[in-house]
Design a protein around this ligand. Structure first.
Ligand code: F6R
Length: 234
């Protein structure tokens, strides 16, 4: 496991984009498993900047999103489809046919990942309750792509993006912990003091289903990239 504690978010994003751009340069048809959320916005902005400078080429890259709300239309501004188009896909030369999202197609999603030769790099954020993708505390380490109920905490946190909490979908599709652990490489990004408790439990506490991110310590090629605030509990 590699732990990077960057001076600030900007330096952390630089480190993360270097890992991604080095991978794509080495393997132009790299397969990425990607997240949404506020942590990823500066990362995608930086990838778009590098693309515009001619430093990254997404024409052969494939992506598999980690999760998507159930029951939201893809044009809905809160859907993860909309988010990915807005922050990344519409701004770079990725082919939309190479982008994938989990849905009721659960087994097919796993099969499609395998057909692509597996995931080269999974890019994760972390929830304040230690969730990764939408694998909430209590998720089995053997879990694969499935439909899940979102925890009260996650609904509360995510309600900031909806008119009110009642509008937040209560269910979502997510890849499983096993799906994530099968990736050849994993990178987790966390910024800000509100993530410090989850990071402390993930890195220093027991490896337990109660803190899904703690399982990542069992992966051979995982990098945690934090800013100072997120690392303050370590
Ligand atoms: C989103 C996802 C989630 C987020 C996590 C952190 O696709 O998989 O696990 O990474 O909830 O979200 P932010 O970055 O908004 O704090």
């Amino acid at each position: 496991m590699e732990l990077v504690i960057a001076r600030d978010k900007k330096e952390a994003i630089k480190k993360a984009t270097k890992i991604i751009s080095d991978l794509i340069r080495k393997k132009p048809n790299a397969v990425l498993q990607v997240a949404t959320g506020s942590t990823m916005i500066p990362l995608y902005n930086e990838l778009v900047r590098l693309y515009k400078k001619g430093e990254i080429n997404f024409s052969e890259v494939s992506t598999f999103n980690l999760d998507e709300y159930a029951g939201l239309n893809f044009n809905n501004k809160e859907s993860y489809h909309y988010y990915m188009n807005r922050y990344l896909f519409d701004k770079v030369n990725i082919q939309k046919c190479n982008t994938h999202f989990p849905s009721s197609n659960k087994e097919e999603y796993e099969t499609e990942i395998n057909k692509h030769g597996g995931i080269d790099l999974t890019i994760l954020g972390i929830g304040i309750n230690g969730h990764i993708a939408f694998n909430e505390p209590g998720s089995s380490f053997k879990s694969t792509t499935r439909e899940v109920k979102l925890s009260k905490k996650t609904l509360d946190v995510n309600s900031r993006l909806f008119p009110n909490i009642k509008k937040v979908p209560k269910e979502a599709y997510t890849v499983g912990i096993k799906t994530i652990m099968k990736s050849k490489g994993i990178m987790l990004l966390a910024f800000g003091s509100k993530k410090s408790d989850a990071i402390k439990k993930a890195l220093n506490g027991p490896i337990t289903k109660d803190v899904p991110a703690s399982v990542l310590r069992e992966h051979k090629n995982v990098t945690f990239i934090l800013d100072r605030d997120a690392s303050q509990g370590l």
